[in-house]
Structure formats: C-alpha cells, structure tokens
Design a protein around this ligand. Structure first.
Ligand code: HPA
Length: 259
C-alpha cells in the first residue's frame, strides 16, 4: 500500500504522520479533528481498535487505542504485532505512546509525567517479534536505546515550552499484569534500577524498532507502586489521577507536534 498511489508525489512522501497510541485513560483524544475512522486488519490479525485519522496543530495524526475502545483488551492479550503493523500500513512515520504507570522511584509521584529512556522487560508469553523465522526471517535488532532519542528530545522540549515539570528520563519496567505487583516484586524492580512500572511498554517499543519507526513514550504516574505508600492500590485512586493528569499529556503532545 505504501509508496504507491496514496504516496505518489515527493511532497507526500516527505510528509510525516504522527501516530499516537493511547493507553489506559486515553481511549479517545480530544484535540485532533478526526476526518476518518478506519477499521483495518493485518496479516497478523486484528489490531485493538480502529484507526482515527485527522489533523492536529497542522500535523497529520493517526490515533489508536491500545486496549480498544471502550477499554477492553488486557495488557497480556493485546496483539501488539497487529497494532504495529496497522500503524505502519497507515503510514505512521513516528509513534508517541502514552502509558499509565506506577511510580517506584521516590520522585515518581502520582501525577508526574515522565519521558522514559530505558526499559527492562519482565513480560512473558507475548508475541514479541516480527523476526520469528515465520513471519519474517530471524534478525537481531539493536535496542541499546529502546526509545528514539530524537523523538524523546522533541517531547522534552515541548514540555519545557509549556512549562511542565516533567522527568526527562526514567527506566520503565514492563510487567505481565493484569494484576499489580507484590512489594517484593517492586523491591526487585527497584534493585534492577527501574523507576516506573507498567504492563504495556513491551513488546511495543521493540516492535516499533523492528519496523524502524521512531518511537517514544509519555508515561503518566497514576499510583505509587506496591509498598511505595502506606495504602493499597485502588482503581478509584488510579482513575482520579488519570482524570486530572491526562490533560497535561494532551497539552504536551499538542506542543510537540508543530516542532
Ligand atoms: N504496576 C503495573 N502497571 C501499572 C501500575 C502499577 O502499579 N499502575 C499503572 N499501571
């Protein structure tokens, strides 16, 4: 599909299309003028949601809900490969992923926005590569820097421009879910050097790299990780932080788009 009629002229080929993957709390995105909603399928199955094409801040964007809309696919059942193939077929040149996370490091308070720079993957049993020797021949991609440094820079600059005091680095621990962690598990992640914990950061980031699409994440801390506060973790608490914090994430993306 790409490179043929739809992207025939050099002007269009040079065109960027920014994909935004919304996570928990961001199943719809107010902001873009959505001009088309397209349900697609891929060689590797059904993606979690239709693609919403539109324009935002003069930029061509495509929005995608990782868990489906309304929210339904649990983290370990998401067809990450189909999701990424769908975004590639949609002509995504960059991917901005939004992830709700638990805070491990003392500075990762609820409501904090973080642009992570590293990942530790604790997930298991997920289809996590295109290069499995079946869909594509075996290949070992480099993932030294799991997030695209230049796209991270764009997000960090955008946060500065709109006066947000974000954290411009952090190590993301990807856990299997859907349950939250035990205190001992969080202590282990902390000893491993992890600052944040979420369930959807991998294999998404690695798959984007396999497709050579620059990918960065905006994490919103929605709760202190297990044992990091005196209280148990409740969905009500998480929902409240999402409610108050996703606006900041939206502003950050809007500010990042024109640069
Ligand atoms: N752990 C794992 N994933 C999460 C959490 C958490 O505490 N909060 C939001 N996503």
């Amino acid at each position: 599909e790409q490179g043929t009629s739809e992207q025939g002229t050099s002007e269009q080929t040079a065109h960027n299309r920014i994909a935004i993957i919304g996570g928990t709390g961001l199943t719809e995105l107010s902001g873009p003028d959505i001009t088309e909603v397209r349900s697609v399928t891929t060689e590797l199955g059904e993606p979690s949601s239709p693609l919403s094409f539109g324009e935002w801040q003069g930029r061509d964007v495509v929005f995608f809900a990782r868990h489906g809309h309304p929210h339904k696919v649990p983290p370990h059942r998401i067809n990450y490969r189909a999701n990424l193939l769908a975004l590639q077929a949609a002509g995504a040149t960059h991917i901005i992923a939004v992830n709700a996370v638990g805070g491990i490091h003392a500075e990762m308070d609820s409501g904090k926005v973080v642009i992570p720079h590293q990942v530790v993957d604790y997930t298991w049993g997920r289809e996590s590569t295109f290069f499995d020797g079946e869909f594509r021949p075996l290949e070992h991609i480099d993932l030294t820097h799991p997030y695209d440094e230049s796209l991270r820079g764009v997000l960090i600059q955008a946060a500065k421009r709109c006066g947000q005091s974000i954290s411009d680095f952090g190590v993301y621990a990807a856990t299997q879910g859907p349950r939250l962690e035990t205190i001992a598990e969080i202590n282990r992640l902390e000893r491993d050097g992890c600052d944040l914990v979420g369930m959807t950061g991998m294999p998404e980031a690695a798959l984007a790299r396999e497709l050579n699409i620059p990918y960065a994440s905006i994490c919103l801390v929605v709760n202190p990780a297990a044992g990091k506060s005196d209280d148990l973790i409740t969905m009500d608490e998480i929902r409240a932080v999402i409610e108050s914090g996703m606006g900041e994430v939206r502003d950050l993306i809007a500010n990042a788009l024109p640069s």
